[in-house]
Design a protein around this ligand. Structure first.
Ligand SMILES: [Fe+2]
Ligand SMILES: [Fe+2]
Length: 295
């Protein structure tokens, strides 16, 4: 069945709008970004620049004073932070806006993604990796790590509903329900395929592909390990709010490889729900809803 699934996705998952593809192409390699060219391309993307500035200046991520334009944002928070904010904003716009599926709560899914991002930030601090890992980058990884589920929601909602129903009713991991329904495909594989279709940067593709199998990652292993642990923490919390009781186990060896212990995990678990709700209020998702890429 897997080929059929990919054929349906190829047919029904929209291509990125041309202007958006151009912006992503410009952001692909962080070392090759030409700021004036990027600013010109963003100015051709409707109100993208305004939305990115609102996100950079949002109460949650802002460092000190507000940026009035993208050039100033780069000076204030750095190119990597602006790059990831733009990627997060443009790709978030591809999330489906409707809420019709019985077994898929879009707002809780967003909380799970944000929870993964915020847990990763807290774990990064605990592991002493803050110098190495930009917080904005972790937000974008968190928002996009389950892009395979976003794609299924967008192009194959009934199939996604069947997967989630099976996982809840039979108390099985979602990955297992996916393999049963999709015929050997999982949302990580679908996500990796989507990253290829949309020509996303390699670091995002890597996190998407390996967030459930971090030991197989060949690139950016600490990031992937961090996102995996953060995903388990966030998933288990948001799963505990639903009927389904299946929880993922933490990989203790991976935890130790990052220099983390269970006391630190417990702290992150305790702080997470409050932080997610605070971020939901501060990150201005209403602004994201008003993104218009038309000229
Ligand atoms: Fe996932
Ligand atoms: Fe996830």
């Amino acid at each position: 069945m897997s080929n059929v699934v990919l054929q349906v996705l190829e047919r029904d998952l929209p291509d990125l709008p041309a202007q958006m593809s151009e912006v992503i192409a410009e952001l692909k390699d962080p070392n090759l970004i030409d700021l004036p060219v990027l600013i010109t391309k963003i100015s051709q993307c409707g109100n993208l620049s305004e939305i990115v500035l609102r996100m950079v200046n949002s109460g949650y991520l802002r460092h000190g004073r507000k940026a009035d334009d993208l050039e100033e944002a780069v000076i204030l928070v750095g190119m990597e932070a602006v790059r990831h904010t733009i990627l997060g904003v443009v790709l978030y716009s591809m999330f489906s806006k409707r809420q019709v599926l019985e077994n898929f709560n879009r707002m809780n899914f967003l909380r799970h993604c944000l929870g993964t991002a915020l847990a990763a930030r807290m774990l990064s601090t605990e592991a002493g990796l803050d110098e190495q890992l930009d917080s904005y980058k972790l937000i974008t990884y968190g928002l996009l790590h389950d892009i395979g589920i976003v794609a299924l929601d967008r192009a194959m909602p009934i199939t996604l509903n069947r997967i989630l129903k099976m996982a809840a009713e039979e108390n099985m991991p979602i990955l297992e329900a996916e393999v049963r329904v999709l015929g050997k495909l999982t949302h990580s594989m679908i996500g990796e395929w989507v990253c290829g279709k949309w020509n996303l940067p390699q670091d995002i593709r890597n996190v998407v592909q390996y967030h459930h199998a971090p030991r197989k990652a060949k690139l950016n292993r600490p990031e992937v390990a961090l996102m995996h642990i953060a995903d388990v923490i966030s998933f288990n919390y948001y799963e505990s709010l639903t009927e389904s009781v299946h929880k993922y186990a933490l990989d203790m060896e991976l935890l130790r490889s990052l220099g983390l212990n269970m006391g630190q995990i417990a702290q992150v678990e305790e702080a997470l729900p409050e932080r997610v709700e605070r971020a939901m209020r501060a990150l201005d998702f209403d602004a994201l809803e008003s993104l218009s890429l038309c000229c």
